[in-house]
Design a protein around this ligand. Structure first.
Ligand code: PEP
Length: 237
């Protein structure tokens, strides 16, 4: 079973979101788990039976006076069971740091929402990748009471660029994350890969056994490309 997580980001007008949703309802995803993360305003339209709902973010506080934010309780009332936390676009464009991300993770655990924690190195940090990942994991998770968690390894330089790391690098990084979480947090978690996944590279990526699933941005916006990716993953064990 692989996780297929579609991050629709800040795309689609309401009409476009509705027609995407209609096409989504015709997708067959039986062996794997499909999670759709639309923009907040469209969450209530995405109520299909063949996928779960995730949010692209949550507010760092529970409820109340935080203009322009959306709380985890509100998101749960719209049907989410998963939340993307610490996506690199939020780290870069909304100045989210690991301390803020930690608060959001704690809220997810309190409310039994499964966080999809995004970690990954920038191009400049490539040489010290494991050090960067270790710091991100520890600042965010140290001393929290962990529940179910999905970790998305997303090299920042791979997101939306068409460039992916060499497959043996993905393999060893995912192996390292799994071992690190087991040894330091006593938890076996699903670790997924994100960064320029598409219908052309999914088959070869899927030969990497360590990958428990994919966080997909650009390619998931095109419903026929998402269908193709799902079909390819359906025929694998
Ligand atoms: C992402 O934004 O998390 C992502 C993986 O995007 P893309 O698939 O477009 O690289």
């Amino acid at each position: 079973m692989k996780l297929i997580i579609s991050n629709l980001k800040m795309n689609f007008t309401l009409e476009e979101a509705k027609s995407y949703k209609e096409a989504l309802d015709t997708l067959e995803c039986k062996k794997n788990t499909l999670i759709i993360c639309p923009s907040y305003p469209y969450l209530s339209y995405f109520n299909g039976k063949n996928y779960y709902l995730g949010s692209q973010n949550i507010a760092s506080r529970k409820m109340g006076s935080l203009t322009g934010e959306v709380s985890i309780e509100q998101l749960i009332s719209l049907g989410i069971q998963y939340a993307i936390i610490g996506h690199s676009e939020r780290r870069i464009y909304s100045n989210e740091d690991d301390h803020l991300i930690r608060k959001k993770m704690a809220l997810c655990f309190d409310y039994h929402v499964v966080p999809i924690l995004c970690i990954g190195e920038s191009l400049e940090e490539k040489e010290k990748k494991l050090e960067v990942l270790k710091k991100q994991l520890d600042t965010v998770l140290y001393d929290l009471e962990l529940k179910e968690i999905i970790i998305a390894y997303e090299p920042v330089w791979s997101i939306g660029t068409g460039n992916t790391p060499a497959h043996d690098e993905i393999k060893s990084t995912l192996q390292w994350i799994k071992e690190y979480m087991k040894n330091n947090y006593s938890i076996e978690c699903k670790v997924i890969y994100g960064g320029s996944v598409n219908q052309r590279n999914i088959e070869s990526l899927n030969r990497i056994e360590e990958i428990d699933g994919y966080l997909i941005g650009g390619a998931s916006l095109k419903i026929e490309e998402l269908r193709k990716i799902i079909e390819i993953l359906e025929v694998k064990k």
